[in-house]
Design a protein around this ligand. Structure first.
Ligand SMILES: [Zn+2]
Length: 211
């Protein structure tokens, strides 16, 4: 939810760095006329310093924050699953457990699935025929069989679809063992899937270095 933290830019601010991006905080709010006002902030995790020191982590984290905001646009509506996904993703990024781009793509695929846009990476997204299938269509919802494949479908490498499936289900052994080319193709399909469903392109995704 949106709220105002008054005077945060002053050097003697009571909140200071605690309300910067990537800060995981407990916040006490005073109900205001239009926007609530922050009255107290307690830091749970300060991810900002670690993420800001690494370009890959920072850009991936920024994209995660932007997507999280887009997927939780109902004010005062609890979104516990999205919250836990975002927190887990930021924690993984900060901890350096996996490549930042993979953490981002796992987060994107899962948060979209929670938001109602689950992709299929094995069975046909249209008729349900058992996979694996060669064709992939963002508009159809993922992997498509030869009967259902719309014109212009992509034909990613089988390893790419396996990686995407692993990222969605949390198979990090397979994901971490993937080569750069497979990761790059998976990132491209994930970005296409995300942008199709969120319609407008996400600004921060363009800064993520996939090379
Ligand atoms: Zn089909």
């Amino acid at each position: 939810m949106r709220a105002v933290a008054k005077g945060v830019r002053r050097t003697k601010s009571r909140f200071g760095a605690r309300v910067e991006p990537f800060a995981h905080v407990d916040v006490q709010l005073h109900q205001g006329r239009s926007l609530d006002i922050v009255t107290q902030v307690i830091t749970r995790d300060a991810f900002g310093g670690v993420l800001a020191a690494n370009y890959g982590k920072y850009t991936s984290g920024s994209a995660m924050l932007e997507v999280a905001e887009r997927l939780t646009d109902q004010e005062r509506e609890p979104a516990v699953q999205q919250y836990l996904l975002l927190l887990g993703g930021l924690r993984s990024l900060a901890g350096g457990e996996h490549r930042p781009g993979l953490v981002l793509d796992a987060y994107l695929l899962r948060s979209l699935a929670v938001g109602g846009y689950a992709a299929s990476f094995s069975d046909c997204a249209r008729c349900g025929a058992a996979g694996p299938h060669r064709a992939f269509s963002v508009a159809a919802g993922g992997a498509v069989c030869s009967d259902c494949r719309p014109p212009g479908s992509a034909a990613p490498a089988p390893a790419t679809l396996e990686l995407l499936s692993a990222l969605l289900t949390g198979d990090w052994v397979l994901a971490d063992a993937s080569d750069e080319r497979t990761c790059a193709e998976a990132a491209g399909l994930t970005a296409a899937f995300l942008q199709y469903h969120l319609e407008a392109g996400l600004r921060s995704l363009r800064h993520v270095d996939r090379s």
